[in-house]
Design a protein around this ligand. Structure first.
Ligand code: RB5
Length: 155
């Protein structure tokens, strides 16, 4: 497993706590920046990390900003990215099991480092279940491809 990381200046301390946690777990990662507390724009860092995840260069990605919201919106613009913004472990785990999420966004103004690393663990350690969820993911891919879905039978 290898993880793509990115943050803006607000998310930087949380990203550093997550990097220390990944080090403890022996999980490799690449940090796509930012690496300073100078004010910056989160899409600049979300985009290269999201593109690398979508290209299959990383197993998944973790993004940090003030709320996780801006980072997740930016990442979800990249085709093939399914980024979940979470402040609880249950949503992180179910997003993996049901939605096969490949990126997690966390807010440094929302969750403390202790909770954040637990959310990271739920996200990293929960496998995708497939089965009935696969059809729904295929529909999401169709929206990405054509912007439409076939009419539902009987509906
Ligand atoms: C930066 O002030 C803040 O807007 C950013 O970190 C993030 O919360 C955006 O969603």
């Amino acid at each position: 497993m290898t993880v793509a990381l990115a943050s803006d200046h607000v998310g930087l301390p949380l990203k550093q706590a997550i990097m220390a946690h990944l080090d403890e777990r022996g999980i490799s990662y690449r940090d796509f920046g930012t690496d300073s507390e100078e004010r910056c724009d989160y899409p600049q860092f979300a985009l290269p990390a999201a593109k690398a995840v979508a290209a299959g260069e990383y197993t998944c990605g973790i993004l940090c900003c003030g709320t996780g919201v801006g980072m997740s919106i930016a990442a979800n613009k990249v085709k093939g990215v399914r980024c979940v913004v979470c402040s609880d472990g249950y949503s992180a785990a179910l997003s993996r099991a049901h939605n096969d999420t490949n990126m997690l966004a966390l807010g440094s103004r929302v969750v403390g480092a202790g909770l954040a690393v637990q959310i990271v663990d739920w996200f990293l350690d929960t496998p995708y279940e497939g089965g009935r969820h696969a059809r729904r993911l295929e529909q999401i891919r169709e929206i990405e491809r054509s912007g439409e879905l076939p009419a539902r039978e009987g509906g």
